[in-house]
Design a protein around this ligand. Sequence first.
Ligand code: AMP
Length: 399
Amino acid sequence: MNILVINCGSSSLKFQLINAESEKLIAKGLCERIGIDGSKLTYAPSGGAKEETLAPMENHTDAIRLVLDALTNEKTGVVKSLEEIGAVGHRIVHGGEKFAVSTLINEEVLAAITECNDLAPLHNPANLIGIHACKELMPHTPMVAVFDTAFHQTMPEKAYMYGLPYEYYEKYKIRRYGFHGTSHSYVSKKAAEVLGKNYEDLKIIVCHLGNGASVSAVQNGKCMDTSMGLTPLEGLIMGTRSGDIDPAIIEFLAHKENKTIDEVMAVLNKKSGVLGLSDNLSSDFRDLEAGYHEGNPRAVNTMETFAYRVAKYIGAYTAAMNGVDVICFTAGVGENSNFIRTMICDHYLGYLGVKLDEEANSKRGEDIVISTPESSTTVMVIPTNEELAIARETYRLTK
Ligand code: AMP
């Protein structure tokens, strides 16, 4: 069965067509600038040439129509007709407390996802638009919702409650939810599989370090804690998001800079993180790493501050689980930057007996143990694959 995986943003849409049995990628691509001038479809069939087409897309239905046309195109398409797409898997950012697992989409589920819009106002409405557009164009194809928050629903209350008046939890469901759950689940399971160990017997810390970044503590196959909170703003220092700050800074900044709450939040989401900390050098770790090696003091301090925050979370989650067997690095920075991995492990994880294998740590693109056999804690790089995880869930629920 072929599964179409859709990840819909407010003005973009990423897609992959995956064969569920062989788990092979058939085609992938991206629609950009939906609803804005200059919309573009990028389509790449596996093993074929990548095509970029400028085409007007007034809305997400137009975008999905173009994607389906590309997939079924007589010359460059990969399927003969839409009949060959057995199901659609949608990435949904926020499932609130309602969804602890993936689910087949029906009217009731759509209403429940809509109820979570308040918790992720930038993401969930866009995800819903993607579902409605697919429903319009493929009304008989089953669809599955896979939630970024679901894996973290096993967290105990002591990990998910904030020190706020309890009535806010009761009234508004203010609590830690966590995100990147599909990645944390995929990577922690894969780590156990690669090590040939029982997932349920391990204490694993997953460091998902990308433009968005989060850490999770996975004990006996269940998420026990994670660094993102009610929204993806909490936790690590990210590309442009601040991560943890003293909440009083918001009021302080609003007064000093004469900004509204919304304006301060835009600073915390879009102008902070390593971009802000490096005095606008870059939000991209490749540039920061280059700056570090050139001796640019803002780049040096930014990289050190980023690594220090990751190391603090590893320490916290080691305490939370009373130990750790495996530390995994994943996502854009975690998978590609041996420099950051070395910085975190060599500077801060000596107390866990971590010893990195330099040669293994210099490799890329594979599931690999990067610690030496003498290392008391195993350190691994596991490239994440959220689309494959979504395809697996969709197949499980529709086959
Ligand atoms: P993601 O959000 O997982 O796609 O990660 C994207 C981020 O990964 C980019 O913004 C870069 O900062 C980072 N990245 C990608 N390749 C490298 C690399 N070779 N070295 C360091 N950072 C990288």
